[in-house]
Design a protein around this ligand. Structure first.
Ligand code: FNR
Length: 338
């Protein structure tokens, strides 16, 4: 197995080992005001939404995780299957490995095979050559391209990148790639200045991927002989990062630490167009297989529709109007940063 494939398998193993569903995060410090007399009724039809020119059944999706190894192939096949069954979008993990190891295409393609008509996003690092990226998009019939920014993860990895001069290449990708591009973090959050810079070069979509869920400093620390656990707490909390994206007036996805349908509602109330979930869905699949994950996603749809009605709303478009209030530690961060 190549070093890259081995790393993918270690990430899957460690994401499971460190999974902690109940972990307290910034969503717990954000509250939404609820009318006791909402004058609404529960309707799952309100969840349907357009995503990259296709119709999906819900505004939440399975976010980027894996590809590029035997175990990833099985995971992508299963997640692709569930995404098709439930008609929600699915983002593959980084396919940059395909620039060097074309024989790994299968471990990504299985997801497209399982879900020929659904929304499928591909994911690359910001250094992936343009011709390889175009080939990946074409081969997987991708509906959108995620480019991940992961500096903290890279410095936590002894074998990681040490050159973060990425802007010119992202600009070139923007000019030469003709499907929507989403700039994405991996769990340390996008800040306002970064969003602003990228907005100015024509990037239209952002996945803020804030802190509070999967922590790649923790995962890489476990693969490392040196202790880099001091990197675990330097992320920007998901709620703060979402408020920054909102203020920059861009289209954005809320992700990082989404644990349940209430977190999804909060992400949408913050102004996120969609909400991405990675490890919670992966661990449901690990524990209860494709059937378990299908059931969970179907339950989340019903519960989210229930919450929308309870919070006095009858469409996704009106959710940002829900009154929000914050616990003081989070309020203090917001006051200092926004
Ligand atoms: C990830 N994530 C990720 N992100 C990315 O852009 N490219 C990638 O290849 C991967 N790989 C990956 C592997 C595994 C096993 C996990 C759990 C996660 C990060 C992911 O998309 C997301 O941003 C973070 O996991 C935060 O979301 P959750 O897990 O807290 O919902």
């Amino acid at each position: 197995m190549s070093i890259r494939s081995e790393r993918k398998e270690e990430h899957l193993k460690l994401a499971q080992m460190f999974f902690n569903k109940q972990k307290y995060n910034s969503f717990d410090q954000l509250h939404l005001l609820r009318p006791a007399l909402p004058e609404t009724k529960v309707d799952t039809q309100t969840l349907g939404v357009e995503m990259f020119k296709k119709r999906v059944s819900a505004p939440f999706f399975i976010n980027a995780m894996t590809g590029g190894s035997q175990k990833s192939k099985a995971v992508n096949k299963a997640l692709g299957h569930v995404a098709a069954k439930e008609n929600i979008a699915f983002a593959l993990g980084s396919a940059s490995i395909l620039a060097k190891e074309k024989n790994q295409l299968d471990s990504f393609y299985v997801a497209r095979e399982e879900n020929p008509d659904g929304v499928l996003m591909v994911n690359v690092n910001p250094e992936t050559p343009i011709d390889a990226t175009k080939r990946i998009i074409h081969e997987l019939k991708a509906d959108a391209l995620q480019i991940h920014l992961n500096t903290v993860q890279e410095i936590a990895m002894p074998e990681g990148d040490r050159n973060f001069l990425w802007l010119d290449h992202i600009k070139e990708m923007r000019e030469q790639i003709d499907i929507p591009i989403i700039i994405k973090e991996v769990g340390f959050g996008l800040d306002a200045a970064t969003i602003h810079t990228l907005k100015n070069i024509g990037i239209q979509y952002f996945d803020i991927a804030g802190s509070g869920g999967t922590n790649f400093a923790q995962i890489e620390n476990a693969r490392n002989s040196r202790d880099v656990s001091y990197l675990e707490d330097i992320g920007l909390p998901t709620v703060v990062s979402a408020l920054m994206a909102k203020k920059e007036d861009v289209s954005f996805i809320v992700s990082g630490g989404v644990r349940n349908p209430l977190d999804v509602l909060k992400g949408l109330a913050l102004g996120g167009q969609y909400v991405g979930i990675s490890n919670v869905f992966l661990q449901e699949y690990n524990q209860n297989g494709t059937e378990g994950l299908e059931k969970l996603i179907s339950a989340w749809k019903n519960e989210l529709a229930g919450l929308i009605a309870v919070y006095g709303q009858s469409s996704l478009a009106s959710l940002p109007q829900i009154k929000k209030y914050y616990d003081l530690p989070l309020k203090s961060q917001i006051d200092q940063l926004l």
